[in-house]
Every structure is written in structure tokens, then in C-alpha cells.
Design a protein around this ligand. Structure first.
Ligand code: PPE
Length: 308
């Protein structure tokens, strides 16, 4: 998605003009991938801009940093307030929010600990991640030749900048071969996730999704969708998924903040189900958009308003 400038970026404690949120080329993060980030969407509702599950996102940001022995110099409450402040300052009604914590300028060398921990929060215009038609028609995907990282290499539960080198390989390979996205297997050969999305598989009315032990990011949309599927009376099983189940599925769909709920219509050129968005995918997609757009009761306190 091409970036379009907005007014301000929250940068180490205060709002600065968009062009002034800059770092030095010798910042640790540039060389060693030492950053943690979040992607959050906000939606226009009749009660104003609703930031979807803001607090859980900022909690995950802290968790990601903690895994890497990094203390974020702001409390959870301060981070939540900072996101709201940035959304208000930019007059953002619906869009995407990108908070990032990174190791800045100070020392060269692998050890990050003597470099400052810096925090920025930007707001971005971001439409449909895999295209507008994808939401109805579904996307064509492949199983990647790249695996997700093994559990004792990079911790998948941390949403760390460096992890996305793996995602970039998956994504570029998929695009080069004419697919919209790639699904990675874990190092045991079990289904893990897309380059930037979690995956759900439907067969015979039962919904499956890989467990956190399958080198996935523990997606907040994944959690949301599991709740919504439960409300629809569907059983969701978090279990190890063999690759070939992808070829036998009645329905497949991706979930993610950017991807929202996106159907998959083929895997490795094998048609999924009827080759279009299936009924369970359709139902969960409708429920998802009704919730995020404030069109139904916010039963779980998922909407956090920018003005509050
Ligand atoms: N797995 C990965 C690897 C991932 O990057 C994301 C989000 C998810 C699962 C879904 O997590 P959640 O957003 O909490 O439901 N990917 C973010 C970045 C995408 C990008 O291209 O940048 C996102 O969707 O914001």
C-alpha cells in the first residue's frame, strides 16, 4: 500500500510533523531487525472512530518487547492514550495504526541492550489487504517453499520486525508465481500461517486453525473470529493441521488486522470447495464487519473509541 502523508506521528512522547519522524542510519534496528510492532484498524461508527481491540494490541506489543528483554518506556495506559491522541490529531475516521518500538542509535554490535528504546505511532490509509474483489471472490494461494522459523530460532509469538524477513520471502515467492499469498508450513511440515495472516480451515461443518505451537502469531483477529464462530454455534478446533487438509477443505479463509476475513478460493491451483466464498466464511465475515463497524452490540468491549 503506497503511503500517503498524514499530519503527525507520535514520536517518543509527542506528536511531530510527519516528515520529522526520522531515525539515524546507524540505529540498531536498521542493521539487526530489533523492532516490535503492531497493526491496528479503526473503523468509522455512529459513535465516532472505534479502534478495534486497541488494548490487547498494545499488550501484545509489550509482550513482544519483553521476549527480547526490552522494556518499553511507557505504561500500557500511556500507549493506549498515545494511539488515541494520534488518531485524533490526524482526524482519522477509518484506517490503520502502526505503533513500533525499536532500538535506536548508540552502539554498533549485536547486543541491543545499550541502545535507546524508542516508540513511534503512525496512522496510515489502508484499504483491502488482498484486494476488494478478494473479500467476495477469494484469493488464489500456494503453499510456500519457505517454512516458518523453527520454535527455537525466532519466537513466533513476538511480532518482531526481523520475523518479517521470513514473511517477505513467502510473499515474494507467491507473487512471482502468480499467487496472491503463500501459506507457510512449520518446520514439522504442518500448516502454520500466511505471510501476514492466520488461517482457518472448514470441513464438514467443523472449523480448524493451527495452534500457537505451530509457529504462528497469536492473532487478535484469530481470537475474535474464534469467538464469533462460537456464537454461530460452530466448533473451532485448534489443532495441528496436515498440508493435505488444505486440498480437502470445504472452505478456507485468512484472518488478520490488515486482511480482516479474506476467503481463499484455491491452493496450489486446487479449487477449495465450490471455488468461491463459502457459507461459514460468509457468515463470519458478516459478523466481523458488523462488530467492527459498531452495527451490533459490543458484547466484549472490543471497540475503544478515539474520543474516550
Ligand atoms: N500472522 C502474521 C505473520 C501476521 O503478520 C499477522 C498480522 C497475523 C498473523 C494476524 O494477526 P492479527 O492482526 O493480530 O489478527 N499482520 C499485520 C501486518 C501485515 C503487514 O503486511 O504489514 C497486520 O495485519 O496488521
Amino acid at each position: 500500500m503506497a503511503l500517503k502523508k498524514m499530519e503527525s506521528i507520535w514520536f517518543n512522547g509527542k506528536l511531530v510533523p510527519w516528515d520529522e519522524a526520522r531515525i539515524h542510519v546507524l540505529s540498531h534496528v536498521v542493521h539487526y531487525g530489533s523492532s516490535f510492532f503492531e497493526g491496528i484498524r479503526c473503523y468509522e461508527t455512529s459513535r465516532g472512530t472505534a479502534i478495534f481491540r486497541l488494548t490487547p494490541h498494545m499488550r501484545r506489543l509489550n509482550d513482544s518487547a519483553r521476549i527480547y528483554r526490552t522494556e518499553v518506556p511507557y505504561s500500557l495506559e500511556q500507549l493506549v492514550a498515545a494511539v488515541k491522541e494520534t488518531v485524533r490529531a490526524n482526524g482519522l475516521r477509518s484506517g490503520y495504526i502502526r505503533p513500533v518500538v525499536y532500538r535506536g542509535y548508540g552502539e554498533i554490535g549485536v547486543n541491543p541492550l545499550h541502545n535507546p528504546v524508542e516508540v513511534a505511532i503512525a496512522t496510515i490509509e489502508w484499504g483491502k489487504y488482498l484486494g476488494v474483489e478478494a473479500m467476495e471472490q477469494g484469493v488464489d494461494v500456494c503453499v510456500s517453499s519457505w517454512s516458518r522459523f523453527a520454535p527455537n530460532t525466532l519466537p513466533a509469538l513476538a511480532k518482531a520486525g526481523g520475523n518479517y524477513l521470513n514473511s517477505q520471502l513467502i510473499k515474494m515467492e507467491a507473487l512471482a508465481n502468480g499467487f496472491a499469498e503463500g501459506i507457510a508450513l512449520d518446520t514439522n511440515g504442518h500448516v502454520s500461517e500466511g505471510s501476514g495472516e492466520n488461517l482457518f480451515v472448514v470441513r464438514d461443518g467443523v472449523v480448524y486453525t493451527p495452534p500457537v505451537g505451530s509457529s504462528i502469531l497469536s492473532g487478535i483477529t484469530r481470537d475474535t473470529v474464534m469467538t464469533l464462530l462460537g456464537e454461530l454455534g460452530l466448533e473451532v478446533r485448534q489443532q495441528v493441521i496436515p498440508r493435505e487438509l488444505l486440498y480437502l477443505a470445504d472452505e478456507l479463509f485468512f484472518t488478520g488486522t490488515a486482511a480482516e476475513v479474506t476467503p481463499v478460493r484455491s491452493v496450489d491451483r486446487i479449487t477449495v470447495g465450490a471455488g468461491r466464498r463459502g457459507p461459514i466464511t460468509g457468515a463470519v465475515q458478516s459478523a466481523f464487519f458488523a462488530v467492527v463497524q459498531g452495527e451490533r452490540e459490543d458484547r466484549y468491549g472490543w471497540l475503544e473509541y478515539a474520543e474516550s
